[in-house]
Write a protein that binds this ligand. Structure first.
Ligand SMILES: [Zn+2]
Length: 366
């Protein structure tokens, strides 16, 4: 009897301690942010209704996001990603500076300060607006040669993306006119530089990895034999060696490009690829138990709707109202430690602040 009472007391103590601990320590060890560039609710609907590998139905914490920038109802990827990376809105085309040109610290830089590992996986150039906003600060997103130089000094631990044109001089097949070869500089800084996906070592033995897999973007999903899921798995495997945790941003960059082209087949393939990225992130987060996964978009592209189709026959027809971005709200889907904070209708910069507060709680935001 006494044994039973002791056992009961122990159970009650354990449960109380667990609730107390999770209430007071809701900070996830690892944060994975997935951005579907140009992925509005129409694009998500194609996945939910038609994809055999839809991941969005797995989420219970769901919200909507107002994606406006400071100077425009309709944001671009630079202002959109600045809001997520820094917790502040800025003008269109500006990369992690405020509208007056002041430096805004990014979540990735903050994670580095906290001795977390950091990674970026994108299907665009690594110097494209969305990834650039996490490690660089320039007045205009088209300053990709400067962004490449800032990347070299950024300290990011693991990166997969395209963009060799911006790192390599003209006489070596790139587009730099200043004769600098920043892939060589990366090697001298201790990076292992890859130009072939299959060769990437994700064991963590190599400290820093820069896989630059294309002149500009990497190949579209239909033209490569590895998926965003494969890239995500390599990134996580490399980054998950640090007791302080990691911050990883993954972008389905070409969802936006398909939208600009109003190209239905391209869009569905890129959405499938993005689903594989989500799947890999969720698989890890479920096993790990101490990871937050947030999926959102910087804006919608194309004003896309499903105009007709047949689910049984897997026939889908899309309609588009523009080749540009729209101000339609986008979704935010979250899973894991701290996921409950991302439901409701949120401003894009609020999502950035919530993420940053998980890396280092800030007392006030000006
Ligand atoms: Zn776009």
């Amino acid at each position: 009897m006494i044994k039973k009472i002791f056992f009961l007391i122990a159970v009650v103590f354990f449960l109380t301690a667990t609730v107390f601990y999770s209430k007071n320590n809701p900070r996830p060890k690892n944060i994975i942010l997935l951005i579907g560039d140009g992925m509005g609710l129409g694009q998500v609907s194609t996945s939910v209704l038609f994809s055999k590998n839809d991941q969005f139905k797995k989420f219970y914490s769901i919200g909507l996001v107002n994606t406006c920038s400071v100077d425009n109802l309709i944001t671009d990827s630079a202002a959109g990603a600045t809001a997520y990376a820094t917790g502040y809105r800025t003008n269109n085309a500006v990369v992690s500076l405020d509208p007056q040109g002041n430096y805004l610290q990014t979540i990735l830089e903050l994670a580095e300060n906290k001795k977390m590992s950091t990674g970026l996986v994108v299907s665009s150039s690594i110097t494209n607006a969305t990834p650039a906003c996490f490690y660089s600060h320039v007045k205009h997103r088209n300053m990709e040669f400067d962004i490449a130089e800032q990347f070299v000094h950024s300290g990011v631990d693991f990166v997969i993306g395209g963009g060799s044109d911006f790192f390599v001089p003209l006489d070596f097949g790139g587009k730099r006119e200043d004769h600098k070869n920043f892939l060589d500089t990366l090697s001298s800084y201790g990076y292992k530089v890859y130009q072939d996906f299959s060769e990437i070592d994700e064991s963590g033995i190599i400290k820093k990895v820069a896989a630059i897999l294309g002149h500009n973007g990497i190949a579209k999903t239909s033209d490569r034999n590895y998926s965003l899921g494969d890239m995500t798995k390599k990134a996580i495997s490399h980054l998950n060696k640090n007791k302080n945790g990691f911050f990883l941003m993954i972008e389905g960059s070409q969802i936006d490009w398909a939208g600009h082209n109003n190209d239905e087949e391209y869009l569905l393939q890129e959405m499938d690829d993005f689903n594989k990225g989500i799947e890999a992130a969720l698989e890890f987060a479920k096993k790990d138990g101490n990871t937050l996964v947030v999926i959102t978009a910087d804006h919608e592209t194309g004003g896309m709707s499903i105009t007709s189709g047949n689910i049984k026959e897997n026939k889908i027809n899309l309609g588009w109202v523009t080749k540009k971005h729209t101000a339609n709200l986008v979704g935010v889907f979250s899973y894991g430690i701290g996921a409950e904070c991302f439901s409701g209708i949120l401003d894009n910069f609020v999502i950035g602040r919530k993420l940053i507060n998980y890396v280092e709680p800030k007392k006030s935001w000006k």
